[in-house]
Design a protein around this ligand. Structure first.
Ligand SMILES: Cc1cc2nc3c(=O)[nH]c(=O)nc-3n(C[C@H](O)[C@H](O)[C@H](O)COP(=O)(O)O)c2cc1C
Length: 150
């Protein structure tokens, strides 16, 4: 099982969660390609069996600049990722109200549009509630790995 992991981050937290996820998934026996930075070409070239995205939210519910080019290119090239299992770990802050985790949500919706298959409901990590997102992501990640292996 080959997993491609990518991230979109402003201040580095989502990148760190993705780095931790890469280490943890490798330790669990998966082959992992950590795409940093991510491009559509690199994602397609990796030809992974499954995808994991870690993405924060900025502005008024916007995607971080580090993943915007990827997002718009995926949207315009629209390579079908039919039935490819994916998961999204979204980082946000519920203090922003309606735009809570909107960046992760946008990415998730686009992956569904290109026909990928969401393996687990998106994890939302709330900066108002936790200062240890990497730790908090671990139980979800373990479930994700179990679902991939199952
Ligand atoms: C200027 C700014 C705008 C933000 N806007 C949102 C938002 O609209 N929705 C949300 O859920 N979180 C928002 N956040 C919170 C970040 O997504 C959250 O702190 C996240 O953990 C940052 O992760 P990063 O270090 O990977 O960028 C915002 C943070 C900042 C500084």
């Amino acid at each position: 099982m080959h997993l491609a992991i990518f991230s979109g981050s402003v201040f580095g937290t989502a990148d760190e969660v993705a780095d931790m996820a890469a280490e943890r998934c490798r330790a669990a026996g998966l082959q992992v390609t950590r795409l940093k930075p991510v491009t559509v070409d690199a994602l397609l070239a990796a030809d992974a069996d499954a995808l994991l995205a870690c993405c924060s939210t900025t502005g008024m519910g916007e995607l971080p600049a580090s993943i915007q080019d990827f997002y718009y290119e995926l949207q315009s090239r629209f390579p079908l990722l039919t039935e490819k299992p994916f998961g999204v770990i979204a980082l946000g802050d519920s203090g922003y109200g309606d735009t809570f985790c909107q960046g992760g949500e946008q990415l998730r919706e686009l992956l569904l549009e290109v026909q990928a298959r969401e393996l687990l409901p998106m994890l939302r990590l709330d900066a108002s509630e936790t200062v240890t997102p990497e730790e908090d992501a671990k139980p979800w990640l373990d479930e994700f790995v179990a679902a991939l292996k199952g």
